[in-house]
Write a protein that binds this ligand. Structure first.
Ligand SMILES: [Zn+2]
Length: 339
């Protein structure tokens, strides 16, 4: 059972921890201490800002830590709860999954108050933090496994009003690409739980990998502020793409399983397109080379649909069944809101 000394209703700014009991060989009565900042500026909506759902995705963790230090209660209309490194043990270990229990925070819902550490955190979000929140921001990147075109993204939720709120907030991030995605790898996702509770859920894929360029940190920082201003939690003026002289974001979707290309066999993957490039159905998106038999022709990976290369596998070394590329089709705002 997660405990905290934070009082979420108390006005002002508090820095504290979510504490999860974790008994191990050298710490029989130890707790995992997950840093959490609460900035309560009085009446208004509540935004929950999460980084490090996957431990090796540092873009959101850095943006949330910066914001947590910078904000004062008079900047906020309502309340902002920031947890920069949600899967804290994974963030310390630079791993996607928790090293304590092997669990993926983004497959751990609904969670269990008596379960492993990751499952307890999921339960606390579902039963305590999500009910307090109007807006849930879950900042991802591709981690060490994928490299994305930096984008804000969302699920096509069935409720029309919620979809509109989520779409507008996704666009407020200000990225060049917006992306509607499907869950092709399991259930128990954090955003799905928040969506099911009716929240305005904003998620991202801000690049990936272990090398995070300054341009991506800028997108993380400005996008997070823009969304908080757009949703009315943070005071200030939103910086829109139009105000920067940029064209509207390209809206894309990959909702079919065919859009997610999996490695047909193990080997070394060579991508044939740059991220964000246009790909036509039938194009060879990449090839898998055989380390042990370089004389064998590499195995082609063929696009099953036309669109844009929205993400690619980051490490060249690939196992059969790894996702090596995703092709997303261009759609209009009308398509999204009326689908
Ligand atoms: Zn992630």
């Amino acid at each position: 059972m997660v405990i905290t000394s934070l009082d979420f209703d108390k006005p002002g700014k508090q820095q504290g921890f979510l504490q999860v009991p974790y008994s191990h060989n050298l710490g029989g009565w130890a707790n995992v201490m997950i840093p959490c900042t609460v900035i309560n500026g009085g009446k208004g909506p509540t935004a929950l800002v999460l980084g490090g759902n996957h431990g090796d995705e540092y873009q959101g963790q850095i943006a949330a830590m910066n914001l947590a230090r910078e904000l004062a209660p008079d900047h906020v209309r309502g309340r902002i709860i920031l947890i920069p490194s949600l899967n804290f043990p994974a963030a310390r270990a630079a791993t996607r999954l928790s090293p304590l229990d092997g669990m993926n925070m983004n497959r751990a819902f609904p969670g269990n108050p008596e379960g492993p550490v990751t499952s307890q955190i999921a339960h606390f979000l579902r039963t305590t933090l999500f009910p307090l929140s109007d807006i849930v921001i879950d900042i991802h990147s591709g981690g060490r496994s994928m490299e994305f075109v930096p984008c804000a993204h969302m699920h096509l939720v069935p409720d029309q009003d919620q979809r509109r709120r989520m779409f507008d907030a996704m666009m407020a991030w200000g990225t060049d690409f917006a992306f509607l995605y499907a869950d092709i790898a399991g259930s128990g996702l954090l955003p799905v739980e928040a969506e099911n509770q009716g929240k305005t859920v904003i998620t991202t894929e801000l690049g990936g990998g272990e090398c995070v360029p300054a341009s991506i940190h800028r997108i993380a920082r400005s996008g997070l502020r823009n969304v908080l201003i757009h949703t009315g939690v943070l005071k200030g003026r939103q910086i829109t793409r139009a105000s920067l002289g940029k064209p509207p974001a390209l809206i894309t979707q990959a909702l079919n399983r065919d859009d997610y290309l999996l490695a047909p066999e193990s080997g070394v993957f060579e991508i044939a397109f740059d991220l964000g490039a246009k790909v036509r159905k039938g194009d060879i998106v990449g090839r898998i080379h055989h380390l042990e038999r370089p004389d064998r022709a590499p195995e082609p990976v063929v696009a099953a649909s036309s669109g844009y290369l929205i993400t690619m596998r980051a490490p060249c070394l690939t196992q059969q069944g790894d996702c090596v590329a995703v092709i997303a089709q261009r759609v209009s705002e009308k398509d999204v809101l009326n689908a």
